[in-house]
Design a protein around this ligand. Sequence first.
Ligand code: FMN
Length: 179
Amino acid sequence: MKYFEETIIILGVFTISKAVVIYYSLEQETKTLAEMISDASNIEIKELVPIEPEDRRDCKTYFWKGKKYDLANNPKLEDLEISIDDYDLIFIGTPIWELTYSPPVKSFFNDYEVKNKKIAVFYTHEGEKGDFLEKFKDLIGENELVAYIDFYDPLNSNLESVEEEICKWADVVMKKELG
Ligand SMILES: Cc1cc2nc3c(=O)[nH]c(=O)nc-3n(C[C@H](O)[C@H](O)[C@H](O)COP(=O)(O)O)c2cc1C
């Protein structure tokens, strides 16, 4: 009995700071980076998975590089099955769509209570970033943007150096923000 009491007291004194990687990716680029961070830093990883809209009229048509996409503005997401309260630092990954963050990332901030978090964002694109960072800062509101990094078409780059760069970045962020 005494052993249990001591254990509970110890757990009560030390709260463990935790980090998680949350990302959306349509074509594997952002996903690849998300997995690199998660593997190297040994932290949990969660994918934002939009649920297909019941009514296609809720979508708008967008052309990128000659290909047609139906984009839902505020897509519903599958449940992430985590409690955001458990994390102090959130790595968010997104591709750039229409010169800004992808709609599932917007849904994440709308659907979940993301408050008093440190946010580190990584994003992939094909050279047209618009004013992504300004828009992203507006999206995260009172949460603190502690770091950001972007990659141009990483899967068609030298993947080893991409991995080295993003893992080093994530490591510095983790040490600085979580100690
Ligand atoms: C619907 C759509 C819109 C896009 N808009 C942009 C854009 O505005 N600027 C840009 O540089 N790339 C744009 N891209 C390219 C993606 O940002 C790029 O390919 C990204 O690395 C894909 O990441 P993913 O594989 O994780 O989905 C767009 C791609 C799609 C599918």
